[in-house]
Design a protein around this ligand. Structure first.
Ligand code: SD4
Length: 326
């Protein structure tokens, strides 16, 4: 699909959903347990395409959305050529690759790790936190110890290519810690399975050359990801600080609960960022992606350039361009 017709499609989808979603969302508690429209999975950015393939293998067989989103995001986590997620991610300014991830299921179970080093699959550690501990979030050394105690092995996540990039960055005396929005492409994945249950996963190496110890929105439930099985799911990408400030993904889901279509809910969240930080919002990227209980989806972002992949029986896993504020 050409990008202009994709854009039109998104707009029309949002418009259509906007007209009908109030009644549908309001009656979400009576939605039948089987999803009549079939499963669907959405992921941020082009690395979402291979991720969706892995997720779809599970969804197409009637599998659980939680298993699908975990399997899906493990693909870019293990890909050394994806420099914003997992292995091969750009490091912080001290040369450490520190990873953030979270996962959430249809029962509002959730797990998260932040500033985790040396582990290729932070999403699976987040799931272990969710399933094996009474906690939601483990960070840094504690998260690493937990991963090792559960049989995961240490891996050097800094590839020669990413190390080289970091060394070039170190030479640039003029660098100011201004957000470079091309440089941080989290994968956020949200899915609805054939039983009508929603889950989501979000995983990243975060902002390149961040201060050591910096944590973005991606591992924070309600910021980088939120799932409410009565309503919908949302995930975020871009400058985490801005997403945290407005509790972005939770906001998107709550707006859908109040009747907004997924696209309109994402737009409202982005406009809130613009309203609070009009000047700064011109220089950074934030994008939201949302899916409601009925399989309707939408997105909105600050700057042109955010895209996402969609796979369902009706969608062939090609990329959609998001509508943007600027
Ligand atoms: C962060 N939100 O660490 C992440 C980075 C990102 O697209 O999304 N990139 O702030």
């Amino acid at each position: 699909m050409a990008s202009s017709s994709r854009r039109r499609f998104i707009y029309q989808t949002s418009l259509f959903a906007g007209l009908f979603s109030f009644r549908k969302v309001a009656s979400a508690s009576s939605v039948a347990p089987v999803n009549p429209s079939g499963p669907i999975v959405l992921s941020t950015w082009s690395h979402g395409i291979p991720a969706n393939v892995a997720a779809w293998e599970i969804l197409a067989k009637g599998g659980r959305s939680l298993d699908a989103v975990e399997a899906g995001v493990r693909i870019p986590e293990a890909d050394p050529n994806v420099t914003s997620v997992g292995l091969g991610g750009y490091p912080d300014r001290d040369g450490h690759v520190t990873l953030d991830a979270c996962i959430m299921d249809e029962f509002a179970n959730c797990g998260s790790v932040a500033c985790l080093e040396h582990i290729v699959h932070p999403i699976s550690i987040a799931r272990l936190v969710m399933e094996k501990t009474p906690h939601v979030m483990l960070v840094g050394e504690g998260a690493l110890k937990f991963a090792l105690d559960n049989g995961y092995k240490k891996t050097n996540l800094l590839t020669p290519e990413s190390e080289q990039h970091w060394k070039e960055w170190l030479k640039d005396a003029n660098y100011k810690p201004v957000v470079n929005w091309e440089n941080h492409d989290t994968i956020g994945m949200i899915a609805l399975d054939s039983k009508g249950n929603l889950s989501g996963a979000c995983t990243t190496s975060g902002m390149a050359y961040k201060l050591h110890g910096r944590v973005g929105d991606s591992p924070i439930i309600g910021a980088g990801l939120y799932v409410d099985n009565e309503v919908g799911a949302a995930t975020a990408t871009g400058v985490g600080e801005e997403v945290i400030r407005i509790c972005g993904s939770h906001l998107v889901v709550e707006l859908m609960r109040q009747g907004a279509s997924p696209g309109d809910a994402c737009r409202e969240a982005v406009e809130r960022i613009v309203k609070k930080q009009p000047q700064r919002s011109k220089e950074l990227q934030v994008g939201f992606l949302a899916l409601n209980k009925h399989g309707e989806f939408g997105s909105f972002c600050l700057q042109k350039g955010f895209n996402f992949a969609v796979k369902s029986d009706l969608h062939d896993n090609s990329l959609f361009d998001s509508k943007s504020h600027y």
